[in-house]
Write a protein that binds this ligand. Structure first.
Ligand code: FEO
Ligand code: CA
Ligand code: CA
Ligand code: CA
Length: 581
């Protein structure tokens, strides 16, 4: 057993073996129960999910599909709110036609399955459970009205026929990961918004939109065929109203969500917030696409811990930066880096280069990042800051284009060509200040497969063994004790380069010793994504996303012949102890 040679003072559980079972497997002495699954009713007036005829009307009051990032808001010891992203849906599981014959009604159903679910939780007999009709229960979906605030609000590029002022959008979708502010609000991050749009007239797509992947034919969602809002022939600016971070007050179900444009527009993964020593709020953000960038926002105002209401618009004003990593000396996998400012009028962000205002810099943040020379990364996914030390981690999940495309040389923190294993980069801000201009980086782990590759970087770094190997790190987060939790969204073929790695999984790492231990394994064809701890660290919520995708053989979590359904799991210890310890 791997544990015999491991000695991290932070981790006290026995590692779980890689698995290809259609099951959610936790360490000995732990238990895992289901909190909620796609389609579970949040309200008594709404039908429970039906394997055969679920529909838009029911879905509007049910838990959304493909749960992803989530945050836990404690009310008191026994009452809480869990805000959960519902990233997308699987047409192959949702419709008998598997998405090949979408109708307007089907599109409505899909739109209702996206967005965010806010859940009222109660602890009963030591176990957290959903309160049906609980006072915080809310569905936010692809049609929920939301305000657009910050420097880009009201800009011409955000104006549409339905919103002549460019100040109010409808909905949020492809909500990937999340963030939580110290003033008690939830941040949901819009990721792959491009595939929902198309152009029924096959019109030309402006280069600034093409950079975000918008195409005339559209993606698999086909919303533009049935809902004119998503048809660029009718609404050419609608895509500019997506790709933002949205702030939601989960304590007030009547509140209007707000898109915070100061944080920039890209394919947002998560939003990791840190209150800097100076009092400024720092938000670290990844843009998950091959060769895209890592960003940082620093608020203009300071966080006021005595007056929560005073912080409400802290995310509307500040400075956005993109990361530039410099190669280590002699090819060492560590080096220096700096944050390049994305402010109108600076670093070439001028009208001559196509930027007429700060609003345009933010709406076209990717173009701005290229203009100033940000480093192209191997798909920056989640960022996590250590709870007590000035050190930050970001998963770079994989990148088949590395070393192939001209703008993506294999170097610096992205050292492997055709990188299908992924790595986690770590940086320490200069002088321990999150607001500093520079940082020192190194690689915390290079995922790999030491049973297939030896003597090169594809074997993985020294902290990867046959017992803990994985690929495509994605979700990460620290607990209060300083354990780093790592979730995977990788290749689950368990063969070839991925032999012995099994289904997607969650691991625990000691950031000081570098030790990594597998904590759980998920069911067939799932991704493990989303994590939230209770303040006492004795309950951990973990997301199982899209078990049985592409019609892989899963019936998780209900078994039998049931439709597989994304679910949030609740993990506790049989002895009631701290998770991971
Ligand atoms: Fe929704 Fe980049 O994962
Ligand atoms: Ca992800
Ligand atoms: Ca991913
Ligand atoms: Ca996913």
């Amino acid at each position: 057993v791997a544990a015999a040679t491991q000695s991290s003072p932070l981790m006290g559980f026995e590692p779980v073996a890689a698995s290809t079972e259609d099951a959610f497997i936790v360490p000995k002495g732990y238990k895992a129960e289901r909190l909620i699954s796609w389609g579970d009713a949040l309200f008594g007036s709404v039908p429970e999910f039906s394997d055969s005829d679920n529909n838009a009307q029911a879905q509007a009051g049910q838990f959304g599909d493909n749960n992803d990032g989530m945050s836990f808001f404690a009310i008191d010891d026994n009452n809480a709110i869990l805000a959960v992203n519902n990233e997308y849906c699987n047409y192959e599981l949702m419709f008998p036609h598997q998405g090949d014959n979408m109708s307007a009604e089907d599109v409505k159903y899909a739109q209702a399955a996206h967005g965010v679910s806010v859940l009222t939780l109660k602890k009963d007999n030591g176990r957290w459970q959903l309160v049906k009709d609980g006072k915080y229960n809310r569905r936010i979906d692809a049609n929920t009205p939301m305000a657009i605030s910050g420097p880009a609000s009201g800009h011409a590029l955000l104006k549409t026929a339905a919103d002549a002022k460019g100040e109010q959008a409808l909905g949020t979708f492809n909500n990937c990961a999340n963030g939580m502010t110290p003033w008690g609000t939830y941040l949901t991050c819009e990721e792959n918004f491009h595939g929902y749009f198309g152009h029924t007239g096959n019109g030309e797509i402006p280069a600034a939109m093409a950079r975000y992947g918008i195409s005339a034919e559209g993606g698999r969602w086909q919303w533009h065929q049935h809902d004119a809002r998503f048809d660029l022939a009718e609404n050419p600016n609608e895509p500019n109203r997506f790709g933002w971070i949205v702030e939601i007050d989960p304590h007030n179900p009547e509140s209007m969500p707000v898109k915070r444009t100061a944080l920039g527009r890209f394919k947002h993964e998560n939003a990791e917030l840190v209150v800097a020593d100076s009092g400024h709020l720092v938000v670290y953000m990844g843009d998950d696409e091959r060769g895209e960038h890592l960003y940082r926002f620093v608020s203009k105002g300071k966080y006021n811990s005595d007056d929560m209401a005073a912080n409400r618009n802290l995310l509307d004003e500040g400075t956005l930066y993109v990361a530039k990593f410099y190669e280590g000396e002699g090819g060492e996998l560590k080096g220096k880096g700096e944050w390049l400012e994305l402010s109108f009028g600076k670093n070439g962000l001028t009208p001559e280069n196509g930027f007429a205002s700060q609003a345009e810099v933010l709406i076209h943040a990717r173009l701005a990042a290229t203009q100033v020379g940000g480093t192209t990364m191997d798909r920056p996914e989640w960022v996590a800051a250590h709870p007590s030390e000035p050190v930050v981690f970001c998963t770079l999940t994989n990148n088949k284009n590395r070393g192939i495309k001209d703008n993506q040389p294999a170097d610096g923190p992205n050292p492997r060509a055709e990188n299908h294993y992924g790595q986690i980069v770590r940086w320490r801000p200069e002088n321990g200040q999150h607001t500093a201009a520079g940082f020192d980086w190194d690689l915390f782990v290079l995922a790999g497969n030491p049973t297939v590759h030896q003597g090169n970087l594809y074997a993985g770094s020294a902290n990867i063994t046959a017992d803990n190997m994985f690929n495509s790190p994605d979700g990460i987060g620290f607990d209060k004790g300083g354990r780093l939790w790592i979730q995977t969204d990788g290749n689950y073929s368990n063969s070839g380069d991925f032999a012995g790695q099994g289904n997607n999984q969650m691991l625990c790492a000691d950031p000081d010793t570098g030790e990594i231990r597998r904590f759980l394994t998920g069911p067939v064809a799932c991704e493990i994504t989303g994590l939230a701890f209770t303040p006492d660290q004795r309950t951990l919520f973990v997301g199982v996303q899209h078990p049985g995708e592409k019609l892989a053989k899963s019936h998780f979590p209900f078994g039998g012949n049931r439709t597989p359904r994304s679910s949030v799991m609740v993990i506790t210890r049989e002895d009631g102890g701290v998770i991971g310890a």
